[in-house]
Write a protein that binds this ligand. Structure first.
Ligand SMILES: [Zn+2]
Length: 486
């Protein structure tokens, strides 16, 4: 009897293994597209321009901090753009919205809906005390060792420069696009974007402008798209997570610290926070991740291919792999980040209330209401109030179809430039492109540069830098996009 059971179990395993290997083998034809002949680009000139742009300290602190300095830096930036890219300015002359710029390059065919290319001029501050950790000073713009160094090199002045270099070269050659192309360079993306792209989008909406597509900063060309798979693919973000901040206020009995009651606001708040972080939103591979993994699977070495080609069985393993890295873990679910605490004014006075601020990035399967309900249930305490902080609340965006003309247009310019397969991705951070959601058929997010796993920490961190060699494809990408736009 036991023998027969064992034989039965063994044959199930054999069949399973055969199915898995079979699936892994059938996805084995690596679909790597060919790049088009390269577009000649003067990368050294572009590197010098990026270096100059980095030296202009357009830092967004937020909350009114150093606004005067920032305003004057933005004006310097605009003068620099006008001097450096006169042909582009002549062809598409910018309109100013506060200190942000909207260029309009009129197309030959007025019946075609316009498109919008975006990049932001502001950068995040360098955390005080970390300046000495930089190999090159954060606003030096040094060009050394094959890199342009400094805050904004990747996020997002590299993109401002790449777009302008492409447009300048085309404008100089007398080119006129088929379809109207607009370019929006915001001043405050890092602090919500209300003054820049918020204002531009509102103005365009009132003018009745509607875009066929919008392309903003976002995902990039990943040199290692899955742990152990060292074959590059490009990922274009077809959706962006939502943004919600909840403020918890716990109530208790205040009084003299020498005579505490059992009813302490700070203790109640602590329990509430632990209850929220202790009830994470479920993680799962959504359609975007499954589509991305389907692109990666044929490129993977056999061991990984066995896993990636059999998600019907291995999805839990893949989810666990994603969860080992905060970057990929965040794509799987709505995230919970307690960010601020406030209670008490004096060491010997028990505060009657205590506050915590928790930031959520909403996965498309959730929404503001379901997240708030989840938090309420997790806390389960009527003496903890939950309120939305008004600032920037947004639902997750809808997901752009990879079969849409917008995705095809951008994916085509990507494969022509980089010669790599293209997959969808979700943007875990917020971008300025969300201001255009009401007036665009499709909003996509892609940054035409290579990203090594170690580069992730450089964005908003220490030693931000962009490879000089990356400027060539970045400029070629925008050149193709503008040139080939029908
Ligand atoms: Zn950015």
């Amino acid at each position: 009897m036991l023998k027969r059971v064992l034989a039965g179990v063994a044959s199930v395993f054999v069949i399973l293994a055969a199915v898995m290997v079979g699936r892994a083998l059938t996805v084995s034809a690596p679909a790597v597209p060919e790049a088009a002949p390269p577009i000649p680009v003067d990368v050294n000139l572009a590197a010098r321009h990026l270096s100059e742009a980095i030296r202009i300290q357009t830092v967004s602190y937020g909350d009114g901090v150093k606004e005067k300095e920032k305003e004057s830096a933005l004006q310097t930036m605009q003068q620099w753009l006008a001097q450096t890219y006169p042909g582009f300015h002549e062809a598409a002359g910018p309109e100013k919205f506060n200190n942000s710029l909207l260029f309009t390059w009129i197309g030959k065919n007025p019946n075609l809906a316009p498109v919008l290319l975006m990049a932001h001029m502001d950068v995040v501050p360098v955390v005080p005390g970390t300046e000495k950790d930089w190999t090159h000073a954060p606003f030096s713009g040094d060009v050394a060792g094959g890199f342009v160094w400094g805050r904004g090199a990747i996020d997002d002045k590299g993109q401002v420069v790449a777009i302008c270099e492409a447009a300048e070269r085309l404008a100089d050659s007398g080119f006129q696009p088929e379809r109207t192309i607009m370019f929006a360079f915001g001043e405050d993306e890092e602090v919500g974007g209300g003054k820049g792209n918020g204002a531009i989008a509102a103005a365009l909406q009132s003018r009745g402008t509607h875009f066929a597509w919008v392309l903003d900063e976002g995902s990039s060309v990943l040199s290692e798209p899955y742990p152990g798979v060292r074959r590059p693919i490009a990922v274009i973000a077809t959706a962006e997570k939502g943004f919600l901040t909840l403020e918890l206020t716990a109530h208790g009995t205040g009084g003299h610290a020498a005579r505490p009651s059992g009813d302490l606001a700070v203790a109640r708040l602590s329990t509430a926070i632990l209850n929220v972080t202790g009830h994470p939103f479920p993680s799962d591979l959504d359609d975007i991740q499954r589509a991305k993994l389907a692109v990666i699977a044929p490129l993977a070495p056999f061991a990984q291919r066995l896993v990636l080609a059999n998600l019907w069985l291995t999805a839990p393993l893949v989810v666990r792999e994603y969860q080992t890295n905060p970057e990929s873990a965040a794509t799987l679910h709505t995230t919970i980040s307690p960010t601020m605490l406030n209670a008490g004014v004096k060491e010997n006075v028990i505060p009657p209330t205590a506050q915590a601020v928790i930031n959520f990035r909403i996965h498309p399967r959730d929404n503001i209401r379901s997240v708030t309900n989840h938090v309420q249930d997790a806390i389960g305490d009527a003496r903890v109030d939950i309120a939305e902080r008004d600032e920037t609340i947004s639902e997750a965006t809808k997901v752009v179809d990879t079969g849409s003309p917008a995705f095809a247009t951008i994916a085509n310019a990507v494969t022509e430039t980089f010669g790599v397969p293209v997959a969808p991705e979700i943007m875990t951070g917020a971008t300025d492109s969300r201001h255009y959601l009401p007036i665009a058929d499709a909003v996509l997010r892609f940054r035409p540069v290579h990203t090594e796993p170690s580069d992730v920490a450089r964005v908003h961190g220490t030693n931000e830098r962009l490879a000089v060699a990356d400027l060539g494809p970045a400029i070629a990408f925008y050149t193709r996009l503008i040139q080939e736009l029908k």
